[in-house]
Design a binder for this molecule. Sequence first.
Ligand SMILES: Cc1cc2nc3c(=O)[nH]c(=O)nc-3n(C[C@H](O)[C@H](O)[C@H](O)COP(=O)(O)O)c2cc1C
Length: 374
Amino acid sequence: MNNKYEQIFQSFAFPSGVEVKNRIMIAPMTTYSSQDNGELSEQELAYYKERSGGVGAFITACAYVSLDGKGFPGQFSVDDDIFIPRLNKLAKTIQSNGTKAILQIYHGGRQSPPTLLPDQQPVSASAIAADREGAPVPREMTEVEIQNTIKAFGEATRRAIEAGFDGVELHGANTYLLQQFFSPHSNRREDQWGGSLEKRMQFPLAVVNSVKKAVAEHAKTPFIVGYRISPEEGTNPGITLEDTLQFVDKLADQALDYLHVSVMHFWNGSFREKNESQSRIIKVYEKVGSRVPILGVGSLHSPEEVVEALETGVPLIALGREMLMEPKWIEKVEAGQEDQIRTTLSKKDQKELVIPDPLWDRLINVKGWLPVED
Ligand SMILES: Cc1cc2nc3c(=O)[nH]c(=O)nc-3n(C[C@H](O)[C@H](O)[C@H](O)COP(=O)(O)O)c2cc1C
């Protein structure tokens, strides 16, 4: 290995005590490849196996915690104990050579396609449709539904523990339910769950509390709890960077293992405040200081780029699309073969890259996700 990449291979201990062997985590990526009943498929297990063993941790695709929050066709479920044996297979597949397995837990809220839902009716903080053509109007959640959803995240965490995962990541980003409660666009409530910035934090914080309680009750060994945020929204009203800095200040006091800042480019500044050019990840990092480790992500491909990001002091880096194109990224850097790391997707390589058919179809056909070559 080239010495200049040493930083990538330093081990890291999370506050809970779980240790990872290096600083690279695989970012959560939906595969659209589970069975219709929410059970993981063989193709998916093969996809996870191909990318495990080298990286420190693998954050799985998001799994729905209750059926009213299913967000994608072919999404897998953690909403019932019947899924535990198969989830255990996933955890073991990832862990076979020392990679830690983190299950991303999720509720889609108003982003759930009605056709995937039992009563075709998405729910959210308020009855406000997302800001896109044809978006359905969700039904405002009742107090009972809110309490049940908070419990569902706790139950999903218990199942993750029983299935042998090393941790969970709460999907509080990318416009899904946890973010919808924090957002002034989707949350217009006037009860204890909305009305002020402070109150809009209450649902995500209650979910964190429920998850932490499940860990305290059920985990016999240290267990990671991470939280993923999106730092801002483009809508008006919408989450501003200033709102987020107040929210992460609260999250930093919840004894989390990491805070994952979901952006498409590690170095990009605010898209709302054009004069704020400092990386949003660095802004969050500076706000929380040493209270919670930051996981950075976004358009990083080469080991040089990863080292440059680590040099900011952000201790952990997630790679998403790069790990689709190059499952053996860590192994190649370790072996001094960084010149052989793939940074484009060749249409000929599906089999070699072990990418399930439904994900492959999207990668090839959705413009702009990845650089695709014939
Ligand atoms: C195919 C695909 C599926 C994704 N699914 C998820 C997901 O399930 N949960 C999530 O939080 N982010 C998801 N993302 C976002 C990634 O985790 C990541 O933040 C994004 O791709 C930027 O990182 P990258 O430039 O390293 O790919 C997905 C991205 C892609 C390309």
